[in-house]
Design a protein around this ligand. Sequence first.
Ligand code: SAM
Length: 275
Amino acid sequence: MSGTLYVVGTPIGNLSDFSPRAEETLRQADFIAAEDTRVTLKLLNHFGIQKPMVSYHEHNLRERGMMIIRRIEEGENCAVVSDAGMPCISDPGEDLVRLAAEHGIPTVVVPGPSAAVSALCLSGLSTSRFCFEGFLSTNRRNRQLHLESIKNDPHTLIFYEAPHKLCNTLSDLRRALGNRRISLARELTKIHEEVLRTDLDGAIAYFSGKTPKGEFVLIVEGAPEQEKEQSATLEEAVAAAKAMVENGMKATEAARLTAADTGFKKSEIYAGLLK
Ligand code: SAM
């Protein structure tokens, strides 16, 4: 009978964030697939866990992935972890989960912190809809194409960035997106945790002449909502709202829904309903 693949989140700085369930899962697993076995060994030593490990990282995931899948198919339970945070999020794991699904292997998540969501929560920017953009490419053309493709996206944007590339990235974001609000979350859950809430011009000025240090997540305000194209006339919008009212909907609600659909103001449609 097949074993199970456990996708286990690990702390992004503060070891107290390692959950009892994550600890228990590593204790119970037959082996651990670790992005860097030296990093994971420190975690295991801290919690007094002794467990065989195999390295599983972006350069060996194809052949190592199949080897891990075979071992699970033969009945072993495997926990996959990355150096910090959730596996699969800008870290190895996605391929292994896909392979496991293709082979009918049960997969279970043991959630832990992720820098992206943690930084979003502290940003003060809209959290209702957001888009994870990960690391921007170091290739200039690909980076431009990426930024071009998201410049009109109204969702809050989340980027990972290394400290030595931060200043360049801030300038590229400013050029591509205009001056938007940004929150820079640094060293989350660690001693020097801080959040800088400013705009792109402010962030560029703040880091000018400084050498950024530590790990950063950038949370950037989404593009302003585009004006809706008005495809119906006001009379048609009012008629649509009237039909909703005749079907039992409140006039204010019908006006709100039709306004969202057509781009007319709710008050205009409501006034039309009262005529
Ligand atoms: N899988 C991880 C997760 O779930 O957050 C992300 C791994 S990715 C290779 C590493 C990037 O995450 C860093 O370059 C940084 O942008 C961000 N990061 C990780 N830990 C962080 C922390 N404690 N504070 C701020 N950013 C962090």
